[in-house]
Design a protein. Structure first.
Length: 78
């Protein structure tokens, strides 16, 4: 699934689930090193676990962040 992000430096997120767990996450744009780290950390998690850990994280004074956008994307998938 491809999710168009809103309010972040990244512009989209590609997410693949396999057998009910996160198999891969790829961000377009944003802070490359940090987003590779987030992608590696959520691999193997259920969407629900990742959502509970990432939802509501803010980036500076923005009302959202790349991790929060990932949580929102996962919510649309499930």
């Amino acid at each position: 699934m491809r999710y168009q992000t809103h309010g972040t430096c990244s512009t989209s997120i590609e997410i693949e689930l396999k057998d009910g767990v996160i198999d891969s996450v790829k961000f377009t744009g944003g802070c490359n090193g940090n987003l590779q780290g987030i992608s590696a950390l959520v691999k193997g998690m259920t969407p629900q676990e990742a959502i509970s850990r990432l939802k509501g994280i803010r980036c500076g004074f923005k009302p959202t962040s790349c991790p929060d956008q990932l949580a929102r994307a996962l919510e649309t998938m499930i």
